[in-house]
Design a binder for this molecule. Structure first.
Ligand code: C2E
Ligand code: CA
Ligand code: CA
Ligand code: CA
Length: 278
């Protein structure tokens, strides 16, 4: 249940689901937030371990609420998914990233930005066409985008998901399986889908320092990814020890607070300039 620590105000209480008043008012608030610029694009770098460069980042949404402050996505994304509003949110994110791309690539270095998709997007037959329109509007290259999809979003309706993912891949979007190892994924699907990358869930990465099974899961996932010809990213890297272990295991990329927390666009551009100079 999403509760604001400081005041105890609840943003959304599933226990009150029967009260459609609550649903309506949060939906109204979210719509207002999108239309009135209350949502914020944050970016978190993905570090390439082979050469210590940053050529990828993940886009993460924040809600700058007028009275509640900066609201984290877990307090409204699940609700947005339930109501279907998440589809508008996904498009908002694509637009935001497409607009930011020229500034992000102003120094001539390549950067690919990952955007999180929801089940709703995968089930929406018109989603690829909506992205076509968005890309055309901003003259944005599709291969600058990586789409992160969880295993559970795919397994909700594997056939429709596969059809959508094929259409997205044909357009040049890169595809990544997010939170790998936490859902009920089928390796048969993994083999069939046009996926480029696996992201090892942070629970395993954070646990590998102390838990032998977590370390084994990380090692096996890296091997599995490489055997399938996929790139592999470890998320939730919080210290040098884990980073060193991932380098030793031949992991391709690392993402986590140790490198940088998710930060606003201008801070990200400054961070990357500094990182490159170092
Ligand atoms: P995710 O896609 O698994 O994103 C990674 C989350 O892990 C982010 O949380 C990030 O801040 C956090 N994280 C990164 N490095 C570390 C670390 O070293 N340690 C720890 N403890 N955490 C780390 P965030 O930004 O709060 O997002 C939470 C979830 O909300 C995301 O999980 C994603 O499922 C969802 N989300 C965020 N933005 C969007 C969006 O634009 N669209 C959709 N559909 N979902 C989003
Ligand atoms: Ca993600
Ligand atoms: Ca993840
Ligand atoms: Ca997650």
């Amino acid at each position: 249940v999403a509760k604001r620590k400081t005041t105890g105000i609840q943003i959304y209480d599933p226990a009150l689901d029967s009260s459609s008043t609550q649903t309506l008012s949060l939906l109204t608030e979210l719509r207002y937030a999108v239309d009135h610029g209350q949502l914020r694009l944050y970016l978190q770098p993905k570090l390439t371990l082979a050469d210590n460069t940053v050529v990828a980042a993940e886009a993460l949404v924040r809600w700058q609420h007028p009275t509640r402050g900066l609201v984290p996505p877990m307090q409204f994304i699940p609700f947005a998914e339930q109501t279907g509003f998440v589809r508008q949110l996904t498009l908002w994110m694509f637009e935001e990233v497409a607009r930011a791309l020229p500034a992000l690539r102003a120094d001539g270095r390549p950067l690919r930005v990952a955007i999180n998709l929801s089940t709703r997007d995968l089930l929406d037959q018109d989603f690829p066409a909506k992205l076509d329109a968005m890309m055309a509007k901003h003259n944005a290259p599709t291969d600058a985008f990586c789409l992160e999809i969880t295993e559970s979003a795919i397994m909700d309706d594997p056939q429709r998901a596969e059809a959508t993912l094929n259409r997205l891949s044909e357009r040049g979007f890169k595809l990544s399986i997010d939170d790998f190892g936490t859902g009920y994924s089928s390796l048969a699907y993994l083999k069939r889908l046009p996926v480029n990358e696996l992201k090892i869930d942070k629970s395993f990465v954070m646990g590998m320092e102390t838990d032998e099974s977590d370390a084994k899961i990380v090692r096996s996932t890296i091997d599995l990814a490489h055997n399938l010809g996929l790139s592999v990213v470890a998320e939730g890297v919080e210290n040098q020890l884990i980073l060193d272990k991932l380098i030793a295991l031949d992991c391709d990329e690392a993402q986590g607070y140790y490198m940088s927390k998710p930060i606003p666009l201008p801070d990200f551009i400054a961070w990357r300039t500094k990182q490159q100079a170092a």
